[in-house]
Design a protein around this ligand. Structure first.
Ligand SMILES: NC(=O)c1ccc[n+]([C@@H]2O[C@H](COP(=O)([O-])OP(=O)(O)OC[C@H]3O[C@@H](n4cnc5c(N)ncnc54)[C@H](OP(=O)(O)O)[C@@H]3O)[C@@H](O)[C@H]2O)c1
Length: 244
């Protein structure tokens, strides 16, 4: 099988043995794997590493369609097959394609945890979201509106949810995923099956729709990482591993 690997001098698509699921893991035939700006900087001290931490695919053993966000402290899922902790997976939303489902976990869970867990956003509150067209931001806008909050582009806000970094406007509460800034709550998104199930429910109800900026086959991953680093994206960049 093919496996994308990050080395100190860059990315390479290698042939590899199909992984064997260990204790608590399942083997997934990866159909699509989405990528995130900056993620190639994350696996320090464990190169070579497999990138991409969100996927949609099919359980090799049962054929069940699943999706999820995988832990950051181990190899990712940019490969034909990946052994994934069963606890981070949920049934794929039936309404979404594999490419769309792969685009949901990282952005959806980051937005959910930023808005509702760390940001304690309530219906009727005003929320300002920076990077509102990005992989996290576009889902945060939809989730905030869905929860009855008012999404504002400027002015006083009860909550600022920042996905860009840099200088932040003032707000009642400030939560960021982009930079550890004084006065802001910075957090790192965590896999969460219950939240993933809720995101899937919203997606199947047509109330949450991940946007696909672009898709690339696995053998053009270098270009995909070029695109994810660029400005002017609209939604997520996805590796279409199985080709459709
Ligand atoms: N802490 C965590 O758990 C966590 C989780 C997910 C992501 N992240 C990080 O959070 C950030 C946002 O993730 P994402 O997937 O939403 O990224 P993204 O898709 O690149 O979206 C970021 C958005 O910010 C806007 N932007 C404004 N100023 C920018 C600048 N100077 N550089 C880059 N973008 C700028 C871009 O829009 P325009 O180009 O149209 O202006 C873009 O749409 C990334 O750094 C990512 O690594 C952290």
């Amino acid at each position: 099988m093919r496996e994308l690997r990050l080395f100190a001098d860059g990315l390479r698509l290698d042939e590899a043995e199909r992984p064997v699921a260990g204790e608590g893991e399942v083997l997934v035939r990866v159909h699509a794997a989405a990528i995130t700006r900056g993620e190639l900087e994350w696996p320090t001290g464990r190169l070579p590493a497999v990138p991409s931490y969100e996927l949609s695919g099919v359980l090799a053993e049962t054929g069940e369609e699943v999706f999820g966000l995988t832990p950051f402290d181990r190899d990712g899922v940019a490969a034909d097959y990946a052994a994934v902790p069963a606890a981070v997976l949920a049934p794929k939303p039936a309404r979404l394609t594999h490419v769309e489902a792969a685009a949901l976990p990282m952005g959806g869970l980051s937005a959910w945890q930023g808005l509702f867990v760390h940001g304690r956003l309530r219906a009727g509150e005003r929320v300002l979201i920076t990077g509102a067209f990005g992989g996290v931001g576009h889902l945060a806008v939809q989730l905030a509106r869905q929860a009855g909050a008012e999404v504002v582009e400027e002015g006083a806000a009860d909550l600022l949810f920042d996905t860009v970094g840099g200088e932040l406007p003032a707000a009642g509460r400030v939560v960021t995923i982009a930079a550890d800034v004084v006065g802001a709550t910075y957090f790192i998104v965590e896999p969460d099956r219950e939240q993933l199930l809720e995101l899937a429910r919203l997606a199947d109800a047509g109330e949450l729709a991940p946007a696909i900026d672009s898709t690339y086959p696995l053998d053009r991953a270098q270009e995909a990482f070029g695109r994810v680093a660029a400005r002017g994206k609209r939604g997520k960049v996805v590796l279409d591993v199985a080709g459709g």
